[in-house]
Design a protein around this ligand. Sequence first.
Ligand code: CS2
Ligand code: MG
Length: 402
Amino acid sequence: MRIVDARVIVTCPGRNFVTLKIITDEGVTGVGDATLNGRELAVEAYLREHVVPLLIGRDPARIEDTWQYLYQGAYWRRGPVTMSAVAAVDTALWDIKGKVAGLPVYQLLGGRSREGVTVYGHANGETVDEVLAEVARFVDLGYRAVRVQSGVPGLAKTYGVSADKMFYEPADAALPTETVWSTARYLAHTPGVFARVREEFGPTLRLLHDVHHRLTPIEAARLGRSLEPYALTWLEDPVPAEFQEGFRLIRQHTTTPIATGEVFNSVWDATTLIREQLIDYVRTTVVRAGGITHLRRIFDYAALHHVRSGSHGATDLSPVCLAAALHLDLAIPNFGLQEYMRHTEETDAVFPHGYHFADGYLHPAETPGLGVDIDEEAAARYPYSPAYLPVNRLEDGTLHPW
Ligand code: CS2
Ligand code: MG
């Protein structure tokens, strides 16, 4: 079997997605997600100009060799653009391999290690009462784990709090909007929110919170400690993670479990974090970390160090990425949790898929391959529309992580 064509499809059914579709001479096709929120066209061009020409004529069965060819062969390694492109190729090749074998991809990865993939949803509100109502809604829907984000008194807009509760979309404008941040207001307010949630929902519901890289290590240590009575499953992205050693300080001061990694592109972004057991969950996912092949490598390395997976699953990762993540989640021994932000009906229609939610779990499709596709005709009805993530400033105007 040979690869005869590969199409890069950009579509915006409510938000932008970049998808690679690989076509073989025997008519078997595979899909891979290449979406990089706010920088979509960079990956589209990288694939179209620099990757697709290298795929033509290759044997689609040689997944590892193709991965090494694109990673080592470029000479310029890593980075979000390169690794999203490599991920798309890798994912599509796993899809093809599954179809050729007549097996769902999780079977190729070693088979089922659990009955379903536990997911968490996003409860958020401007006020604590609104937060409580949203947590109740997710519990009613069957979720076993809920991420809790609250508005902060004195701040006009806070990360994770949105008007549309089911379909949160932060890339909200053709040029970046600006929000204002105060660490003091946030740290003063947040423990009280979790006190109320625990009071209302009892001790066993799994609760999570995303700091979105906004604190320093010592501030994160203080937050982690103040949240200890509320037994979070994880505190996410407490600090920007380029400086991995920074997490040592957090670890020395709190037993609140730490999760990070949604912006990581390779195992090399997390070696200190994992080797020194500075985190409990590594949150990178298929499209961000070079596909199933490399993500499996990260999770295996994590497994040796008591670190579990917690793959990113925001709406800016397409149903193709989610489907691929579910196969890996089902197979690995050290699965932790999978984020699940639902896609809109328009998006679901462009990406027909067989995974489904039941009882707090996601279940991948049992059909051969990944069990997801792109409807190219439907995709063509939604042209690319520029959209950026916001930027964030302190009250005095200093640029701060968003
Ligand atoms: C987030 C994301 O889901 C998460 O945990 O941190 O919403 C993130 O802000 C977006 O994926 C950015 O595109
Ligand atoms: Mg996050």
